[in-house]
Design a binder for this molecule. Structure first.
Ligand code: DER
Length: 230
């Protein structure tokens, strides 16, 4: 479908940013998987690269397609991370976490000199928040954490449903063993203020606001590729 080809076009443009011998972080989600497929074709043709996966799911795909990976402990300093996003604004602020891998994605992106976001152009927004913000929580005292988030976001003027992410009829469990709350704020006019406020709640492990991490976004649309640079 043309959605797949748009993902592939963005993935190919991201590959063009790589150099042989780089250590790269590899994201999670369908666009990141298109990138792994593009990468595997070049690896098969002799392109030397080592990846650090951001999820078990991505790790399994790399193994299946012959892209060599190491752990972040083996490669703690990465040249670039290539990853998808659920929303990208004009300042390269992101909402991520739709695929449930936000904690490892954020740690890997933070360990990289650069972060390249690949997405179809439908992910570009004026203001973040139409996509529900994933908030990864420990789960101990979940109701207390939930109430703290509710109270705190209301003081920021943010309303909307906050729901526990499910996998079938059971709570979704992340690779790190945590739970995810999805908060439908609708619009987040001040992502920095929200990020700082969430950091004050001890039960929150991490959230899907990626600020000051992306250095480039490659957005594929029906009329071509748009590159956004920080
Ligand atoms: O979970 C994530 O952050 C993923 O990158 C995801 O949000 C983007 O997934 P997609 O490429 O399948 O749209």
């Amino acid at each position: 479908s043309d959605a797949t080809s748009l993902k592939r076009k963005a993935a190919e443009a991201a590959f063009a940013e790589l150099e042989e011998g780089m250590n790269i972080g590899i994201g999670t989600g369908s666009t990141a998987e298109a990138f792994v497929r593009v990468l595997s074709e070049h690896v098969a043709a002799g392109f030397a690269i080592t990846g650090v996966a951001t999820s078990e799911r991505t790790e399994a795909l790399c193994r299946e397609l012959g892209v060599s990976t190491k752990t972040l402990d083996e490669l703690p300093i990465l040249d670039v991370t290539v990853d998808g996003a659920d929303e990208v604004d004009h300042d390269l602020r992101l909402i991520k976490g739709g695929g449930g891998a936000l904690l490892r994605e954020k740690i890997v992106a933070f360990s990289s000199a650069r972060m390249i976001v690949i997405a179809d152009s439908s992910k570009k927004v004026q203001t973040l928040g139409a996509f529900p913000l994933p908030i990864e929580v420990n789960g101990f005292g979940l109701t207390s954490t939930f109430m703290a988030i509710r109270r705190l976001t209301e003081t920021l003027g943010l309303e909307g449903e906050i729901v526990l992410r499910k996998s079938g009829d059971k709570p979704f469990i992340t690779d790190g063993g945590h739970l995810i709350l999805d908060a439908s704020f609708g619009r987040i006019p001040d992502p920095e203020a929200l990020s700082a406020a969430l950091a004050t709640i001890p039960g929150i492990v991490e959230h899907g606001l990626f600020l000051n991490l992306a250095s480039m976004a490659i957005l594929a649309g029906p009329d071509g590729i748009e590159m956004l640079n920080a």
